[in-house]
Design a protein. Structure first.
Length: 142
């Protein structure tokens, strides 16, 4: 039986597409809705950018279409699996809606990991919290 452990959430944001995109890629905003390693600097998330937590994990920007898609590929050293054996990513997709923007977030698939269920559950929580913070930042409510 093949199980899929992928989180899929979305939120409507009443803000211009460009503002939501800025909140997704500008470190001053990212720090407010996600972790960045100490000393990361003020590097915008762009294609090929690597965010590394030394000895723990790294995220690489593998897709970056302004105002459309941001995909961050995740690798954790403790998984003890070669990165080619899984494809775990955070994918943010933007689309226009009547009042602004729909932001979709997909995280996973954690099924290939021995403790994938734990990562899946933690990602459910992350998705809900992060989307709400991104919405508030985009709508200038923080």
């Amino acid at each position: 039986m093949d199980r899929v452990l992928t989180v899929k959430e979305q939120i409507e944001i009443e803000a211009p597409m460009s503002k939501v995109w800025e909140v997704l890629i500008a470190p001053k905003y990212v720090r407010q809705w996600d972790d960045l390693p100490e000393g990361f600097g003020d590097y915008y998330l762009e294609l090929g950018r690597v965010i590394e937590w030394s000895g723990r994990s790294r995220i690489t920007v593998v897709e970056c279409e302004p105002n459309e898609t941001l995909k961050l590929s995740l690798y954790a050293e403790k998984w003890e699996l070669p990165p080619a054996s899984y494809d775990i990513a955070y994918t943010y997709k933007l689309s226009e809606s009547g009042a602004g923007v729909v932001l979709e977030l997909e995280i996973g698939d954690f099924a290939s990991l021995p403790d994938g269920e734990d990562y899946y559950n933690a990602s459910l929580e992350f998705a809900a919290t992060a989307l709400e913070k991104i919405k508030n930042l985009s709508e200038n409510r923080l």
